[in-house]
Design a protein around this ligand. Structure first.
Ligand code: ZN
Ligand code: ZN
Length: 340
């Protein structure tokens, strides 16, 4: 059968030859516009909401065209080329459309919008933008290792949030004796991070927004998250209603404790803990070494390693070896387990 249009070549599709089929209509729906942002410092390209550090402008334009071009008829294939029409903010797009051995081209002009925007990584170094301050504080002086532990946890939490939010970066870090301040680029992430810290350490969080100006026509607030560490920590020894406990773990508002005299393990909410008026009688680092001299009935005679002082103490709720760890509450001495 011959083509119904030209009557010369063999009909292949819809009664038409490939040439006449290609000429019968438009095949391409080009993008309505091509829009991207370029970082003036490093050349990174923002497509949609994501920054791409491995693309340049031209590859970015290619990617948008490829993603936003659709075909009226999927029996054809296309390739494309483009050029920028200077001073008119237009992109001239030429599609080469193929069907069988035949081809044709379609030409379109679409608006080209290129914005200049500093990428999050470069903003980090230009030091000019942040949305939140995360303040980590403690009512007592933290030991070096406690501070390191908290710092480690906070930075790892931020790293995890960075994977979810490419706009998040740390602008500035300020370390002090009583804690540290982190200037963060993204308030939504800062809020999540402060919550995670409070859950991990049983800290309280106070939010204070402060008007910082106008951004994109709207009032812009910077929020300070003041995260206050409790005065007790894992490994500390506390007294609650005349019972003495070691704090084993603090997690999600719960404090897990072990009674150091009978070995019973229990859990108490932080709120109850505070309401019941606890006192801290020794810190984690106050644990000392001693040597067992002899055991008799329910008692053990020990000698402190540091000053050779001997004391009779009550047998603890576990078996002891020759060397033990002790903790003191005033005149009272207890053998403690070093296991958490
Ligand atoms: Zn034809
Ligand atoms: Zn950049």
């Amino acid at each position: 059968m011959k083509c119904i249009i030209c009557g010369k070549r063999e009909a292949l599709v819809g009664g038409m030859c490939p040439e006449c089929f290609l000429e019968s209509k438009k095949f391409v729906n080009p993008p309505k516009k091509v829009e991207l942002s370029i970082c003036p410092r490093c050349g990174a390209i923002k497509l949609g909401n994501n920054w791409n550090y491995d693309l340049n402008r031209d590859k970015g334009i290619d990617k948008i065209i490829l993603k936003e071009t659709s075909l009226e008829d999927d029996r054809v294939n296309f390739t494309f080329s483009w050029k920028i029409i200077e001073n008119q903010n237009l992109l001239e797009l030429i599609y080469n459309i193929k069907f069988n051995e035949s081809e044709k081209s379609e030409m379109y002009q679409v608006p080209l919008i290129i914005k200049i925007q500093t990428c999050p990584r470069c903003s980090k170094f230009s030091g000019d933008y942040f949305e939140s301050i995360l303040q980590i504080r403690s009512s007592r002086k933290l030991t070096r290792s406690e501070l390191d532990d908290i710092k480690d946890f906070v930075l790892k939490t931020i790293e995890r949030e960075m994977l979810k939010n490419p706009e998040l970066y740390i602008l500035k870090q300020e370390f002090k004796d009583s804690g540290f301040d982190l200037y963060l680029s993204a308030n939504n992430s800062a809020k999540i991070i402060s919550k995670k810290i409070s859950e991990r350490y049983g800290a309280t969080v106070k939010e204070s927004p402060q008007l910082a100006g106008v951004k994109d026509g709207e009032k812009f607030y910077r929020v300070t998250y003041s995260v206050r560490m409790p005065d007790y920590a894992e490994g500390d020894f506390i007294k609650l209603k005349n019972e003495r406990f070691k704090i084993l773990a603090i997690k999600k508002g719960q404090i897990k404790v072990r009674n150091i005299e009978n070995g019973n393990i229990g859990s108490i909410t932080q709120k109850d803990f505070i309401d019941k008026e606890y006192s801290i009688f020794a810190r984690k680092d106050d644990v000392e070494n001693a040597i067992v001299l002899y055991e008799k009935n329910n008692e053990i005679a020990i000698m402190e390693t540091k000053n050779y002082a001997t004391t009779i103490v009550k047998k603890p709720p576990f078996n002891v070896s020759k060397e033990v760890l002790i903790i003191k509450d005033g005149e009272n001495v207890f053998i403690v387990d070093n296991k958490i």
